[in-house]
Design a protein around this ligand. Structure first.
Ligand code: MTE
Length: 315
């Protein structure tokens, strides 16, 4: 029997001719596009979005003046496992999430427990643009212009009791709206927690939008938290429950892998994840690696929260 080696077979033989011809055209076009892409890289990639109404706030304690990550990257490179585990799954599948009407249950150690309508909660709360870094545990980061307000503004309204030491946040758990829940990737629903003084810190916000627009579903609509000095997984999305507790909550990732993820999860280049270093990060849209900063660069504001604590033990 004569077996042809792959190199003996002209591609015109194994591929129907029309496809083969199209492929040649495609390859030619690809070569031209590559040349075009090289030129595009010379242009500033982090320009303001096309939305002419968005004006980034001036640099200040709540706003970094670093280049913004593009709206496209922020909304198509996501972690939201309720919609799948690939980075582009949330933007593709989160259309089934209905961010209105939206109820939030508030319970535990508060005087004003109840089931609240989100729009009622948002009445009278002024929203501000805050340009924060988001640093993910996997070593990538973005600079995102959030629209939101301090978590403390809402928590104070619920009147925490003197026993309230922690705040637990829970994501929606509805398989009708979140197709990824049918797979046991994590122990659903997604839960996160903060110590109450962390939650009350002015840098910790509830986000309801980004780039001056409503929060897209894939970024955690209609309500998510952003805690810029912690790894991104603390930023619990699409929140339906806020519970004040006396005991430390058990976040989903700590439950899943306690030796890999700790309750605090402060960005810390000196404490490696057991499977990879946390010393460097890559800004989405850039090639070079940057050195990761302690507390994601917010040390001046938040280091005092951890005075006297061993950050290797309380990772
Ligand atoms: N919240 C829920 N409910 N489910 C998730 O899978 N992923 C977390 C966090 N919040 C996640 C979540 C992780 S790992 C990160 S890095 C951030 O969301 C990503 O937020 P972004 O997609 O808006 O950048």
């Amino acid at each position: 029997m004569l077996i042809k080696r792959p190199s003996d077979i002209p591609s015109s033989e194994i591929t129907p001719e029309s496809v083969y011809r199209n492929r040649r055209t495609f390859l030619k076009t690809a070569a031209i596009m590559t040349a075009g892409t090289a030129a595009a890289f010379a242009l500033p990639r982090f320009s303001e979005p096309q939305d002419p109404h968005y004006r980034r706030p001036p640099a200040g304690p709540f706003n970094t003046d670093e280049d913004l990550t593009s709206y496209k990257d922020i909304t198509t490179y996501n972690n939201f496992y309720e919609f799948g585990t690939d980075k582009d799954d949330p933007s593709e599948y989160a259309g089934s999430l209905k961010p209105r009407p939206w109820k939030v249950r508030v319970d535990g150690e508060v005087e004003k427990a109840g089931l609240y309508d989100l729009d009622d909660l948002l009445k009278g709360i002024s929203q501000e643009d805050r340009v924060y870094r988001l640093r993910c545990v996997e070593g990538w980061s973005m600079v995102i212009p959030w629209l939101g307000f301090p978590i403390s503004v809402l928590l104070k309204r619920f009147q925490p009791t003197s026993r309230a030491k922690y705040v637990e946040f829970t994501t929606l758990n509805d398989p009708q709206q979140m197709p990824g829940l049918s797979r046991p990737v994590l122990d659903w629903p997604y839960v996160e927690g903060l110590r109450i003084d962390e939650a009350m810190h002015p840098l910790a916000i509830f986000a309801v939008g980004l780039y001056g627009k409503q929060l897209p579903n894939q970024n955690g609509a209609p309500l998510r938290i952003v805690v810029p000095w912690k790894y991104g997984f603390k930023s619990c999305k699409s929140i339906v429950r806020i519970r004040l507790t006396e005991k430390e909550p058990l976040p989903t990732w700590v439950r899943a892998a306690p030796h890999e993820y700790g309750f605090y999860s402060n960005v810390n280049p000196d404490v490696d994840h057991p499977r990879w270093s946390q010393k460097f990060e890559r800004r989405i849209g850039e090639f070079r690696k940057r050195r990761t900063q302690l507390f994601n660069g917010y040390g001046e504001q938040v280091a005092g929260l951890y005075a006297g604590m061993d950050l290797r033990k309380h990772f």
